[in-house]
Design a protein around this ligand. Structure first.
Ligand code: DAH
Length: 318
């Protein structure tokens, strides 16, 4: 270490010598500066070398296997604890399985999307206040961590458009992670999961949509359910509905205790048109809802913040 201190002192001395350049005749200044700089560079290199050598010899090695229990004595033997799948991912797999059994394709949504897929392709008029309902984040480049999985509708409609010409419907679900600029509390998170669905064919109706949704929820909660809808508003569906289920007794619900589970409706003709589908010939419906909420009801959780908390006590419950 002494060596390093000496080198640093020498560097300081050289730095103070730089001022002498002013006393020299102009023709000698350049040589003086060049020589001084060369000496400084050599000393700086020597300091770096010495510091590196000191680190190598003086640093205490870290024992990564050391016991880190703060208040507990180290047990004689402790088994390594294997991590486990996050409960949301386990449940998302169940959700996907159910839709796949019903014949739906699965396309994962993106975690970074653009203005066109977030708003324009979904029939949000430019400057329309409905855009404000989705308090989204933006990157400096203007990209958007999507606020809903509906961002995938346009892509999927285009991707499976040829199904229609072949006489088959478009039937796909799009699960994914979404982001909103929320004030976080027990029922609001800035990061959560949604699953979107689209179905397009020549003759589908709203009755088909309600049948599919009922089937999904009854499979997910493994029981018969009472469902209800009420009018909603989304620019990408017309008419739009909010879909509710009556909270089952087995999950602590009382009669008349309806919970809103998702938004849905008949796909707006403009959305079909933008994807190159003729709205005078084909009809479709779409829906999208939160996975976190679904899981909270199933397990009787009262705080959405557990999911993103990394709290091991919570995770070990599953
Ligand atoms: N994307 C909407 C939301 O997050 C939910 C939604 C409503 C999705 C209606 C749909 C739909 O596909 O048709 O608020």
């Amino acid at each position: 270490m002494d060596n390093i201190e000496n080198l640093k002192a020498e560097l300081k001395k050289l730095n103070s010598e730089a001022a002498k350049v002013r006393d020299l005749p102009p023709e000698k200044r350049a040589d003086f500066g060049r020589e001084l700089n060369a000496k400084k560079q050599a000393i700086i290199a020597a300091i770096c070398e010495a510091e590196k050598a000191a680190l190598d010899t003086e640093a205490e090695p870290i024992d990564v296997t050391a016991w880190c229990g703060v208040n507990e004595p180290m047990p004689e033997f402790y088994p390594a604890e294997l991590g486990s799948k996050h409960p949301l991912m386990t449940e998302l797999d169940r959700v996907i399985d159910i839709y796949q059994m019903m014949g739906f394709d699965v396309v994962e949504s993106r975690q970074l999307d653009d203005e066109y897929h977030m708003f324009d392709s979904l029939n949000f008029a430019k400057e329309h206040p409905a855009r404000d309902g989705y308090d989204t984040f933006r990157t400096e480049e203007g990209l958007i961590p999507p606020a809903h999985t509906s961002t995938m509708q346009h892509r999927v409609l285009k991707q499976f458009k040829d199904n229609l010409a072949a006489g088959k419907p478009i039937a796909a679900v799009m699960p994914g992670r979404v982001f909103r600029n929320e004030d976080v509390d027990a029922t609001h998170e800035h990061t959560f999961y949604q699953c979107e669905g689209v179905y397009v064919s020549e003759d589908c109706t709203m009755g088909d949509m309600l049948g599919i949704l009922r089937e999904f929820f009854e499979k997910y909660y493994e029981q018969k359910l009472n469902i209800r809808t009420q009018p909603g508003y989304f620019p990408f569906t017309e008419p739009s509905l909010e879909f509710m289920i009556e909270k089952p007794k087995s999950l602590g619900g009382k009669k008349g205790d309806f919970l809103e589970m998702l938004g849905c409706g008949m796909i707006h003709p403009n959305v079909l048109k933008m994807a190159g589908i003729d709205p005078t010939r084909y009809h479709g419906f779409a829906w999208g809802g939160g996975i976190d909420r679904l899981v909270m009801l199933r397990y009787g959780l009262n705080d959405i913040r557990y999911f993103e908390s990394g709290n091991l006590n919570f995770l070990r419950e599953f």
